[in-house]
Design a protein around this ligand. Sequence first.
Ligand code: NAD
Length: 363
Amino acid sequence: MPVNKITTIKTNKSEIFIGEQVLGLLAEYLRPYQASKIFVLVDENTLEHCMPTLLLEVSALHQAEIIEIDSGEENKTLEICYQLWKTLAAYHADRNALLINLGGGVITDMGGFVASTYKRGIDFINIPTTLLAQADASVGGKTGVDLDGIKNSVGVFKEPKGIFIYTNFLQTLNKKEVLSGFAEVLKHSLIKDANHWKKLSSISLSEVHHWEAFIIDAIRIKNEIVLNDPFEQGERKLLNFGHTIGHAIESYSLLHDETPLKHGEAIAIGMLCESYISKRKNGLTASALKEITTLITSIYDAYIIDDSTYHELIELMKNDKKNEGAEINFTLLSKIGKADYNKSVDVDLVLESLNYYNALNSD
Ligand code: NAD
């Protein structure tokens, strides 16, 4: 059912607004705003699919400068940041300029980083337009870019002034992108909320037309964790479930595949491998592993991880910024809806989990 009111979720230093009327709320929010100049960062897809609606609803943006970059994770780089900083400077953007990031996680992560560093920080607002960006990247203030293919190596924690989620933007998202976002929604339930997992297990993705309730649940789970630990000293590491192996596979795919895996597709593989490790090392029962495996493999296409790539994957995992020293750190499930962080795992068991994943695909 569509929800006609606006839901507000307070984050550490900001607020997330979700609802059908949220763009009207943004128009009101901007009216008294004393920005010297407003910029809207888009890629070609959000320029085509989201910008017209935004302009229709928020007349203050008719005077805004639109900055367009090419879509794709391969553009989440310092080189593109350099171009963006130069563009802001060319428009004489000063400390009172405002950057509105209209896009998926690439735009909100990179736009947030550019805004946070330009002239030591200008205000920014995020309007996430993918399921992944709405349900996950919208919360927590992580901004940043990849460095030589290593995910999110350079960045800062900085929350936007506000986050405005208009779920109708998801209507133009292709299935692959919906699935990518859904992986993070599943992850939130696996680490913290067994009831939410049950709910998600019973829906047919092709029949979901109204994402609002699922997105609100996912945000609430993540927000509760981030509020307790904004800078990832402890509990926030729970959110890394699926990401130690998932990020390595994503980085590998970005470097080598013609059509790289989407973030969430890689995280889905990571969650399968890390659920296997959870069974071997953290008390996850065989039936829970089976339940997780059955659901995830029913949603996501198989990906071949050739064993000749294992060495490179392990090196990528060791490079992960979440590690301390030489050990590879994991967040592991103890049951569906409960996880533990800072679990160091032997390389041999990591390799075994990759074999587990590969064996699923040969069945
Ligand atoms: P993305 O930004 O690349 O968007 C995916 C694709 O969808 C792009 O081609 C984009 O142009 C297109 N698109 C966006 N909105 C659309 C719309 N409404 N209609 C049609 N097409 C649209 O990728 P993503 O999956 O949104 O985000 C992935 C990124 O998010 C990764 O870089 C990941 O590291 C990051 N991330 C950040 C956090 C965080 O906490 N900051 C959390 C999870 C992921």
